[in-house]
Design a protein around this ligand. Structure first.
Ligand code: CDP
Length: 222
């Protein structure tokens, strides 16, 4: 880690940041947007930074296993232009989780994410390593999860709602593969920070999860 990154990390740690982590399709995106709207905070879906890097590599026909090339592309990602609709393709998600194991790619994207985290009046960042690595001193950390079955069902419903064809068993297998890759990697594996509040949304509505999150945030703001 460079001295410049340490400086950025220290500044990020003093801002009002809500750090939200969790596995694929746990509901953290919806929850993050609700929180950002309610408090007037800036929101960054950090998964999109990995997806944008992956898409740029795929579009240019560049290899997904060359760390130096992937790092160069990661450093060119503009946070302002990230759009989940453009980056939602399944192949982009798969490629994103492959390049997300590369430490040089993570360093580049984490640097940009920390710079975002200090924006006023506050920020919500969601991803896999926000509470553990990106903003370890965030005053509010949430770990949003749900059973693999519930998450696969949500993904399935999302795709069907867009009028596209979906196969539940394939999606369920994908969710499990992605979990294994995200939780099993050496650099910044997905896991709850020691001081994260756990929100299991398997049987909790998004509204109930939002109310629980509000109580934690309001307590931290006092
Ligand atoms: O498909 P889903 O919406 O669940 O994933 P995403 O949030 O778009 O992230 C795509 C991939 O990027 C994940 O599977 C992770 O491997 C990686 N990622 C990460 O490593 N760290 C983050 N903070 C966010 C995403």
């Amino acid at each position: 880690m460079t001295a410049a990154m340490n400086d950025t990390a220290d500044t990020a740690d003093t801002a009002m940041t809500v750090a939200i982590d969790g596995p694929a399709a746990a509901g953290k995106g919806t929850l993050s947007r609700l929180i950002a709207d309610a408090y007037g905070f800036h929101h960054l879906d950090t998964g999109l930074t990995y997806r944008a890097t992956a898409k740029a590599l795929l579009d240019r026909g560049l290899p997904l296993d060359d760390e130096a090339v992937a790092e160069t592309v990661a450093r060119q990602v503009e946070l302002a232009g990230l759009d989940r609709d453009i980056l939602s393709a399944h192949a982009i998600g798969e490629a994103a989780s492959k390049i997300a194991v590369m430490p040089a790619v993570r360093r580049a994207l984490v640097e940009a994410q920390r710079a975002f985290a200090v924006r006023k009046p506050g920020t919500v960042l969601d991803g896999r390593d926000i509470g553990t690595v990106v903003c370890p001193a965030a005053p509010v950390k949430l770990y949003v999860t749900a059973s693999p079955q519930v998450r696969a069902r949500r993904r399935y419903d999302e795709i069907v709602a867009k009028g596209q064809a979906a196969d539940y068993e394939t999606i369920f297998a994908d969710v499990k593969t992605r979990d294994e890759r995200d939780m099993g990697r050496a650099d910044s594996p997905l896991k709850p920070a020691a001081d994260a509040h756990l929100l299991d949304t398997s049987e909790m509505s998004i509204e109930a999860a939002f109310q629980a999150a509000r109580a934690f945030i309001d307590a931290a703001l006092k």
